[in-house]
Design a protein around this ligand. Structure first.
Ligand code: IMP
Ligand code: MG
Length: 187
């Protein structure tokens, strides 16, 4: 889906499809170098990171494994609660593995801070993070972000995996919604 298909609900585009693809390729080249000859497990946080994981994993030139975890910190509102619940756990044992967490966005940092500590606690050999987007102005917890994409302002964004009430995940770029879409909605 493109912005033109939902233009009544989109205010403006923040990161284009071409920019996203370019950045993902750049990061994939670096990661392929850094992990050459090593075992690597990509861990994606469902559902938002799925689009990034798909594009990123295909752009790698090394053979990796992938696993998924579903975490919830937001409910249906805008603010991260800080309280993380595991909706669906990994299907593999991470003991001794090199892990690269793939995330859509770091906002407060609560989700990733929890996940990094959790995976280390399970005995992972190393845990690094790639987030396609970050909102630096909103950070409440410091997260070691080794690989990053684009910084975005403190606005609620959708597209390329990111949703508003489960919609707009299949938009091929990153965009800001018109306030009319969420006006009156409970935070
Ligand atoms: P954090 O725990 O506050 O860092 O929030 C991380 C999670 O909240 C991300 O993985 C997203 O799923 C979601 N999130 C944060 N900001 C946005 C946004 O602007 N649009 C959509 N989802 C967001
Ligand atoms: Mg997410």
């Amino acid at each position: 889906m493109q912005i033109a298909d939902v233009q009544d609900e989109i205010d403006h585009e923040l990161v284009s499809k071409a920019q996203i693809e370019g950045k993902i390729k750049e990061v994939a080249a670096q990661v392929s170098k850094d992990y050459a000859g090593k075992d690597l497990l990509l861990v994606a946080v469902l559902k938002g990171a799925v689009n990034t994981l798909a594009a990123f994993s295909q752009a790698l030139s090394i053979n990796v494994q992938m696993d998924f975890m579903s975490l919830s910190s937001y409910g249906e509102g805008f603010e991260s609660s800080g309280k993380i619940t595991v909706r669906q756990d990994l299907s593999c044992d991470v003991k001794g593995r090199n892990i690269l967490i793939v995330e859509d966005i770091i906002d407060s940092g609560y989700t990733l801070d929890w996940l990094v500590r959790e995976l280390k606690g399970r005995g992972a050999a190393s845990v690094e993070v790639f987030a396609l987007l970050e909102k630096p102005s909103r950070r409440e917890v410091e997260v070691p972000l080794k690989y990053k994409g684009y910084e975005v302002p403190d606005e609620f964004v959708v597209g390329f995996g990111l949703d508003y009430k489960e919609h707009f995940r299949n938009l091929d770029s990153i965009a800001v919604l018109k306030p009319s879409v969420y006006e009156g909605a409970a935070a």
